[in-house]
Design a protein around this ligand. Sequence first.
Ligand code: PEP
Length: 246
Amino acid sequence: MRRKLVVGNWKMHGSRAGNAELLAALVGAQPYGADVAVCVPGVFVGETATQLTGSAVAWGAQDVSAHAQGAYTGEVSASMLAEFGCRYVIVGHSERRQYHAESDELVAAKAESALAGGITPIVCVGETLEERDGARTEAVVTRQLLAVTARLGARTSEIVLAYEPVWAIGTGRTATPEQAQAVHAVLRAQLAAACASGAQMRILYGGSVKGDNARLLFAMPDIDGGLIGGASLKAAEFIAICRAAS
Ligand code: PEP
């Protein structure tokens, strides 16, 4: 039985005072019947760690360098994030693929670097609307995941995968549970072919998940929780999603 996981992706939102309030609400609402985490902007990781230590809410970052250390101005290594207790790091989010031209190979290298630093990468895959309309969804997500499994080999079992159709991110247009499940089943089969524990791995859905649509999505057999953007910034909404995963 896979335990569900709900991860908030704050993106480039937040402030020290606002974060403290949001995190206090999340801690106040525990226990959850699912694993819960927040991936915060890098500059807030330290304070988040201080506030969440000892709670049931884990924390992480939204990006990591593919390099262990060195002359890479502006980058943050996995070992630095680990020092601040990060359990997760998002890699390959569509906003990084789109605005920072991250290739499948770079995403795979970042996933490997996260694992080397002791952090679980949440690897995002997903198709654009044009790709979906062109019936290329399966080909696109398969290609994106293959770059990661080819690089990680047996260590693929240590990642969390997130299916995030680009057309559903921040648009208010959610994939139907059936649409999402169909892609998750494809990804599950690919994971099972890549490593022995594919059936036990968690595959999250992300894309306009809200308190009122989470339960039906999470009820699908291969949807093991959610990666939540906008709704993770509102305590009541995020808590409702976490409860839907319980
Ligand atoms: C995301 O940023 O990963 C995401 C799924 O965003 P939203 O929930 O706002 O669509």
